[in-house]
Design a protein around this ligand. Sequence first.
Ligand code: IMP
Length: 431
Amino acid sequence: MSCVIVVGSQWGDEGKGKIVDLLTEHAEVVVRFQGGNNAGHTLVVNREQFIFHLIPSGILHSEKKCLIGNGVVVDLEVLLQEVTALRERGVSLSPANLAISERAHLILPYHKHLDLSREAAKGKNSIGTTGRGIGPCYEDKVSRVGVRMVDLLDREVFQEKVRENLKEKNFIFEQFFKVAPIDPEAIFQTFLPLADFFRPYVANVSLLIDEAIRDGKNVLFEGAQGTHLDVDHGTYPYVTSSNPVAGSVCAGAGLGPNKIQAVVGLVKAYTTRVGGGPFTAELTDDTGLLLREKGGEYGATTGRPRRCGWLDTVVLRDSARLNGLTHLALTKLDVLSGLKTIKICTSYACAARDLHQMPALLKDLERCRPVYEEMEGWTDSLQGIRRFEDLPPAAQKYVRRIEELVQVPVGIISVGPGREETLTMGNPFQE
Ligand code: IMP
């Protein structure tokens, strides 16, 4: 039995969907533990593209069990769309292979309304959220007024909680934001049928994980977003409202830390970020545009163009420490093919200081300038390459340098979107 966690080491969009799908081969259970449908995990199987926002990326393996943990915030309308779309494409989906934690909090229409109203009011100072109601839903959870899956299943409890919450929310909508209030009846009309549909899927996910572990099964935990969007450890306040770091698996899925064997950190071969916030190694020149176009760097959730930059190992060293990374999975190495030289950010120059960790104060971070090391690029395409030794020597050197700078071995390299376009140097479930 092994439990392995996959997390993003940068600002999300590192290609977790593909790697989770690959690692699912070695696992019987796949679990989401934080975030919500702000995530968009893309995978390409037999040239067919799938994008998941809530359902764990392991769902394409029909014999595996996919679980949505209590730490996830669930928009049931989106989940229903995802279930329906997958079924239409022939993916078998039932309570036999999908379960949702009874303790997961629900994203309700007033959360989205609040997210969008706040962002609009902030104008140029907005966070650049995905507008999916993630922050307001987590706020309600922490304020102890959230509505959980299990509350929805009890009609009376659900209606009472929604009515009570709307007293305060509608006051804020009408009096502060000067926008339309929300009618509780409209929520009931949408959500009570959803309760009937999802009732068979609701379970004690912590118990299911425990049973799987006791049966000697391998469990894979699928992180969403990335370490530097973590509400505690990221570039606050330009972060999401959950903890994408590996440690949050324990609270967000319901198991103890002694059950975890390995933590795989996803690293894109360069850096991207979507939304506002500091980005020290950002490229606002033609190379940045080239990375965006060649890498298809447009958000899977919102379609927004992603900001692009060189690989930043200050970001990665922080991630290695914060997550206890045991392996790196390097994605999109093929996107760098054709560049004459490649830069790696090794530290930050900040007011005559050489920083090796990201400063906590936003103002300091904004003042940091990247210190780069330049490496030779490679011209050959990486298409068809399946072994590390077959990579162009300059690409091998780039990978080895990342390992040296981050002090974590690279176990997987992805050279294209397809399942088969992967070089595997180790299996985290076996080490
Ligand atoms: P929220 O999670 O919608 O509140 O957005 C907060 C910040 O996190 C914004 O900058 C978003 O663009 C960013 N964000 C949220 N989810 C993702 C993701 O899955 N990938 C990349 N960025 C994300």
